[in-house]
Design a protein. Structure first.
Length: 434
């Protein structure tokens, strides 16, 4: 991923030096297990650990690979250069390349998951804080982009919190799904390596043994993992879209923090654009871009092919690095989001009480008016507000068919905003607990 949308901690997981370090640890732990079983001399297993503090020369490995055309063999050759050819002769005993490659990939994805889970924790903390801060800040709810009924800004933050909380649980499950390793040899039969080696390596690398592998770890696990990241990305965009709508000039109920010296447009000095949330919308597309290739990687030929390999070399780092950056950008955006309660009330009252139409409709039906007639009466007066800028309550009070069913006091009562916020505390308890 390009540096513009990258954070070092996540990038480091995917650096070649990190990958080779994990390869080395897998091979060294495998040698320890083989020595315990008496398959290789203990001295040879101990000799492998002489490279424990070695910084593997990426350029040298690439140089060897240019000849061998095989990355794992190139690495093993370089390892032998450090510990000696005789000491290294039992390294990779009974193993196949996928044992190293697949187990390493899953180690990297687990580590990436831990960073992403921490990112989600930051997003959740920001959403919860803003939800309680604006629990009773009334704003108009919209359906189809049109004024519907009153809600609160706190409920907006709370529903995003609940969505991201579900995503955190999904990601935790995806982490568990991907946390397997395989050291089962060619076609996964353990013919040339004891299953104990796999158990030992997985334990040391923080994984579980894959119950049954072929020559690769089954890719349905990876499909589930990347699909989960795609869902997280979509939820991230869901929040970003709401912020973009709120920042529109004719709405302006909230806006991204605009720092001193920041410029919104090269041509128009007045502009304050929602650049962060627009950026998040774009980054979400990049995250979701990995989902279909990951799903297509599930179907491999027989016990192994490498059609998945080139895909994962791209989507592994690109997707996790992008999502890590995006979640941190989202958290900062929420933390600093500027809210305008006065504009929320102004927008809510823009159509002079029209948003209380359902309350009047229900009151008429409860007063004995048929639903069809009640709808006709309310809509008749509502259209005067839309078309002539009339005041909804004034029109209702002047309509003899309406006042025949409802007294002026009963009509007046239907315009109480508190009616729409009376269950906010109940919803908050459901989302955040007692």
């Amino acid at each position: 991923m390009i540096p513009r949308y990258s954070r070092k901690e996540m990038v480091d997981i995917w650096e070649p030096a990190t990958k080779f370090k994990i390869w080395y640890e897998i091979e060294a732990h495998a040698c320890d297990a083989q020595a315990e079983l008496g398959v290789i001399p203990k001295a040879n297993a101990e000799a492998v650990w002489k490279a424990k503090d070695v910084a593997f020369d990426v350029a040298r490995i690439d140089e060897i690979e240019a000849v061998t055309k095989h990355d794992v063999i190139a690495f093993l050759t370089h390892l032998a250069e450090h510990i000696g050819a005789d000491e290294a002769r039992f390294v990779h005993q009974g193993m196949t390349s996928s044992d190293v490659l697949d187990t390493t990939l899953n180690v990297q994805l687990v580590r990436a998951s831990d960073i992403l889970l921490a990112d989600l924790d930051r997003v959740l903390a920001a959403l919860k804080k803003r939800a309680y801060e604006h629990k009773d800040t009334v704003r108009i709810g919209r359906s189809h982009g049109i004024h519907a009924e009153p809600t609160t800004m706190g409920l907006t933050f709370a529903r995003f919190y609940a969505e991201m909380d579900r995503n955190r649980r999904r990601l935790q499950a995806a982490r568990e799904e991907i946390a397997t390793g395989a050291i089962s040899g060619a076609v996964g039969t353990f013919a040339n390596i004891d299953p104990y080696v796999e158990e030992h390596v997985c334990k040391m690398m923080g994984l579980r043994p894959e119950p049954i592998s072929t020559q690769v770890i089954p890719r349905d696990r990876h499909a589930m993992f990347f699909a989960t990241l795609g869902v997280v990305g979509s939820s991230m965009e869901n929040i970003a879209i709401e912020i973009r709508h709120m920042q529109r000039t004719e709405v302006l109920e909230a806006e991204e923090f605009f720092s001193p010296g920041q410029k919104g447009s090269s041509a128009m000095p007045h502009k304050r654009n929602p650049v962060l949330s627009e950026n998040l919308t774009g980054l979400a597309r990049l995250v979701r871009m990995s989902v279909v290739p990951a799903l297509e990687n599930v179907a491999l030929w027989h016990e192994r092919d490498i059609s998945h390999s080139s895909v994962e070399r791209g989507i592994g780092p690109d997707t996790t690095v992008t999502l890590d950056f995006a979640l941190n950008r989202l958290a900062g955006l929420i933390e600093k989001l500027v809210i305008y309660p006065e504009n929320m009330l102004k927008n809510l009252n823009k159509f002079k009480g029209l948003v209380m139409s359902q309350r009047v409709l229900l009151a008429l039906t409860q007063a004995g008016v048929s639903r069809e007639d009640a709808y006709r009466l309310v809509q008749r007066n509502a259209m005067k507000v839309w078309e002539k800028g009339a005041d909804f309550k004034t029109e209702l009070l002047a309509d003899p068919e309406v006042t025949a069913a409802l007294s002026p006091a009963e009509i007046e009562e239907k315009f109480d905003l508190g009616y729409h916020t009376k269950h906010v505390d109940t919803i908050f308890r459901r989302v955040f607990g007692e």
